[in-house]
Design a protein around this ligand. Structure first.
Ligand code: PGA
Length: 246
């Protein structure tokens, strides 16, 4: 079984910082993490630089943080799936809570983007997760299941799809790290519905070296989607070593 360990840099890093990170990762890689699939998701500006530094034989997959559902056209400020693929992306992150909250991403646009990503043969990484009030009232399972159903609506073959469960209350500097007991029910429900059919079920939100192992121990979790703890390359390397048991 493959364990996924990756990071989105969000809106961070200049080109030279991105190249430095990729250079260190490429030099350390060389089959060091058997059974682990590393991935990094730079900002669009750094996609091609990172892909070039990693090179065609890299074990590290590269992703985009977003892509439009149309292939081309008058969509100022957007990038398309063919464009991010051309820049080296193999994964497209879709529906992160920051995009849902601040950039009008909806279940409907998430679904359009999932279909566009699959149409071009890339891997959609669909992010779902409930806000704090839904968690507090015990409504996490139906909320998250409904989000995933909407994202995958009309998608016949979901075997290329990655799903990241990222409860909003656990994300970011103001987030509260999740205990395994907080997330077990949602992951069990996700596993029951999609466990055998999707490419992987990941967890994200304040993941770091202190909780990585316990989160991976939760039934249904196939990987970790990390933010802050892997923004410096040493943080990602440490997590990869930890998960690979080195
Ligand atoms: P964090 O971000 O690890 O910094 O909480 C996670 C995410 O937004 O995917």
């Amino acid at each position: 079984m493959t364990t996924w360990v990756g990071t989105s840099w969000k809106m961070n890093k200049t080109l030279s910082e991105a190249r430095d990170y990729a250079r260190t990762l490429a030099a350390t890689d060389q089959g060091r993490w058997p059974g682990v699939q590393p991935f990094i998701i730079p900002p669009a500006t750094a996609l091609s630089a990172v892909s070039e530094v990693l090179g065609p034989r890299s074990h590290v997959l590269v992703g985009a943080q977003n892509a439009h559902w149309e292939d081309a056209g008058a969509w100022t400020g957007e990038v398309s799936v063919p464009q991010v693929a051309d820049a080296g992306a193999q994964i497209v992150e879709i529906g992160h809570s920051e995009r849902r909250e601040f950039f009008a991403e909806t279940d409907e646009t998430v679904n359009l983007k999932v279909r566009a990503t699959l149409r071009h043969g890339l891997t959609p990484l669909v992010c779902v997760g409930e806000p704090a009030d839904v968690f507090a009232s015990g409504g996490s399972v139906p909320y998250v299941i409904r989000q995933v159903r909407a994202a995958l609506d009309g998608v016949g073959d979901v075997s290329a799809v990655l799903v990241a469960y990222e409860p909003i209350w656990a994300i970011g500097a103001r987030g509260r790290p999740a205990a395994p007991s907080d997330i077990g029910d949602v992951l069990a429900a996700l596993r029951t519905e999609w466990g055998g059919s999707v490419r992987g079920l990941l967890f994200g939100g304040s993941v770091d070296r202190s909780n990585a192992r316990s989160i991976l121990g939760v039934d249904g979790v196939d990987g970790l989607f990390v933010g802050r703890a892997a923004w410096e390359v040493d943080g990602l390397l440490e997590l990869l070593d930890l998960v690979a048991g080195r």
